[in-house]
Design a protein around this ligand. Sequence first.
Ligand code: GSH
Length: 209
Amino acid sequence: PPYPIVYFSTRRPCETMHMLLADQGQSWKEEVVTKESWLQGPLKASCLYGQLPNFQDRDPTLYKSNAILRHMGRTFGFYGKDQWEAALVDMVKDGMEDVHRHCSQLIYRTNEEGKAKYFQEMPGHLKPFETLLIQNKEGKAFFVGNQISFASYNLLDLLLNHQVLAPGCLDSHPLLLTYVASLSDRPKLKAYLASPQHVNCPVHKAQKI
Ligand code: GSH
């Protein structure tokens, strides 16, 4: 059955879940909540932490995007092959949370100075992921072991968002460009990335499509 996700109409943080499900050939049913209906209040009041997304696979409803993503990682075997690999996948994912924090400054900062500062610092923020990829089979494979993980989709999501916000910003990161190209070429994921659901979903609410 399709997995029911409730969220607003922007990419983050659900796009990683969509990519993972699409790549796995799974369907999902998304209830898109408008700002107007959210501001009416009852839905917010009904949410455990007063926020979305949520995932209604069974009772009780699951909240917190990373809990949902990790659940999907475990369900579909995208969480390393053993406990140690799972810890390494967590290390990658937790490192990416820091980048997401910096990146949201880029999204919500309107002044050019703030944007320039972000791009000046960006190589330093992305370096750990390049190091991890090089360490594991010289960047030809995945972060951990021989398989994709939920953190892999999260990095793809992050890098694709960067390319939307500032086309060309990864040009001096060939390893990351190769990474984006090879993951985006997985057939089911490729089809999803070309679909209107992905293409027409803004990175953030102020982005014009
Ligand atoms: N840590 C939470 C998660 O990852 O699920 C954050 C969720 C969150 O920040 N949700 C925002 C929200 O529901 C949208 S991205 N905002 C509406 C509100 O707080 O009223």
